[in-house]
Design a protein around this ligand. Structure first.
Ligand SMILES: NC(=O)c1ccc[n+]([C@@H]2O[C@H](COP(=O)([O-])OP(=O)(O)OC[C@H]3O[C@@H](n4cnc5c(N)ncnc54)[C@H](OP(=O)(O)O)[C@@H]3O)[C@@H](O)[C@H]2O)c1
Length: 238
């Protein structure tokens, strides 16, 4: 296992269920963690809980190019080039196609897919300079298998997979690794705004979902975990 001690890790979505737990685990393992999220109050709470100082936190909307550029500058200023970028930011809009508006569709793509693109644009150049790094995204199982009502969400998540696989082809002469984690349902605030009957008690716990990413962050650099699938035991879609 690679030691996390001293590793510089940027966590996007650090104010969320998975990202906040991940930030804490990474910090406890001695990593230097930079946390970013959209809601300032939630981010401050998550940072306090993870033991990450205020100057390693930054509020940014990943769907807005100028805000991600400011995030990139701030990280460069206080931390330099990150060893690891984890994108745990995302929004879930689950509606049958007849109820899905263009605004819903655009918001899904703009946050989940364009947001991922902007994060990669902000942090990949630094990694390319040093020819090493690790980028972890969470397309989720809906980035691999269909579900009724997930047209917008799946479009954004399948898009992440295609985009990252394509970028991986460009990185063959570097030691920059890309990992996609196909996660099934996680009991997190993600589901709060979704009008769907779900059995949260059967979902993966946020802490356990975070622990799987923490594990991925420690994979030895001679290999790459290009994909990981983690699903609730009683609901295996893949
Ligand atoms: N929960 C699941 O069942 C599940 C399953 C598979 C994959 N995933 C994926 O895992 C990731 C994390 O999900 P979660 O369960 O931790 O959900 P969550 O608790 O709702 O957290 C989502 C995070 O994304 C951030 N975010 C949303 N829109 C943003 C934007 N425009 N700019 C910046 N940050 C934004 C939120 O920031 P604020 O709260 O500060 O606004 C929050 O930190 C997402 O990509 C999700 O699609 C989740």
């Amino acid at each position: 296992m690679e030691k996390l001690n001293g590793k510089r890790v940027v966590v996007a979505g650090a104010s969320g269920g998975i990202g906040s737990h991940l930030s804490k685990l990474l910090r406890q393992s001695g990593a230097e963690v930079f946390m970013t999220g959209r809601n300032a109050e939630k981010l401050a709470d998550a940072a306090a809980n993870a033991g990450v100082p205020e100057d390693l936190c930054f509020v940014a909307d990943i769907s807005v190019e100028a805000e991600v550029a400011l995030l990139g500058s701030r990280v460069a200023q206080v931390m330099g080039t990150p060893d690891i970028l984890v994108n745990a930011a995302g929004v879930g809009i689950i509606k049958q196609i007849e109820n899905l508006t263009l605004e819903d569709f655009n918001r899904s793509l703009q946050t989940n897919l364009v947001g991922t693109f902007l994060l990669v644009k902000a942090f990949l150049p630094g990694m390319k300079e040093v020819k090493k790094g690790l980028i972890i995204n969470i397309p989720g199982v809906l980035g691999k298998v269909p579900m009724a009502g997930a047209a917008a969400y799946s479009a954004s998540k399948y898009g992440i997979v295609g985009m990252m696989q394509s970028i991986r082809e460009e990185l063959k002469r570097t030691e920059i690794r890309i990992t996609n984690i196909f996660m099934g349902g996680v009991d997190s605030p993600f589901w709060d705004a979704i009008d769907l009957k779900v059995q949260k008690e059967k979902m993966i716990r946020e802490e356990e979902a975070a622990r799987s990413i923490w594990f991925l962050c420690q994979q030895p650099a001679s290999g790459v975990v290009s994909e990981m699938v983690l699903q609730p035991f009683n609901h295996q879609a893949i």
